[in-house]
Design a protein around this ligand. Structure first.
Ligand SMILES: [Zn+2]
Length: 208
């Protein structure tokens, strides 16, 4: 049983192009998230007055991804590259979130890799989990330990990744909506975007 779970996890990680770190690297202390200077954030269960911040984060990631894509103008799909090495505890959740989004939309795809457009970080923060910019045009996602124990961790990770793809928070939405985040409460475990959210991301990343 243990073996099949492990190989399934490994398969997921490999399918997502995620580097499988040796145990020693995973156990090493994660570097701190970028300095709070210029901090803007869209949280998992915070206030709804964060639309401008969501937009700033999305613009930063899109600019970074599109600059690289300019070298391959024939490609219809924009590839957004992420670095998950600073969130080793959430390796599986990040891999699953990428798989969920990659299976949900076609105009943009997430890949693990170097020279990343954004990074994941982990730690303890009273603000919970959030997507943010570092004030220097770079986006990152912070995953809070306590919140990820409280709420379904794959949903939290997929939700924050939804900000990377341009979706704003909508805390008043139902559990079937990914961007309702912590709104529907801790019992909500749905990690999938609904059809409206999928369409919106495809439109945002449509060529031209
Ligand atoms: Zn959010």
């Amino acid at each position: 049983m243990k073996r099949s779970v492990l190989s399934a996890t490994l398969g997921l990680a490999l399918a997502a192009g995620l580097a499988v770190l040796p145990t020693t690297a995973a156990a090493a202390a994660a570097p701190a998230a970028p300095a709070a200077q210029g901090y803007t954030a869209a949280t998992y269960a915070g206030s709804a007055a964060e639309t401008a911040d969501n937009q700033a984060f999305f613009q930063a990631v899109m600019a970074s991804a599109k600059a690289k894509q300019a070298a391959n103008p024939g490609l219809a799909t924009v590839v957004v590259t992420y670095d998950a090495s600073s969130a080793p505890t959430f390796r599986n959740q990040i891999s699953q979130a990428a798989q969920i989004w990659n299976g949900s939309v076609s105009n943009v795809q997430l890949r693990s890799g170097s020279a990343a457009d954004f990074s994941y970080y982990e730690g303890n923060d009273s603000r919970g989990s959030y997507a943010s910019t570092d004030g220097h045009g770079r986006g990152y996602i912070f995953l809070d330990y306590q919140q990820n124990r409280q709420y379904n961790s794959v949903r939290v990770t997929a939700h924050e990744t939804g900000h990377v793809l341009g979706l704003p928070d909508h805390y008043s939405g139902p559990c079937s909506e990914l961007m309702s985040g912590g709104g529907p409460g801790t019992s909500c475990t749905n990690p999938y975007p609904n059809s409206t959210e999928r369409s919106r991301v495809n439109s945002l990343w449509a060529r031209g």
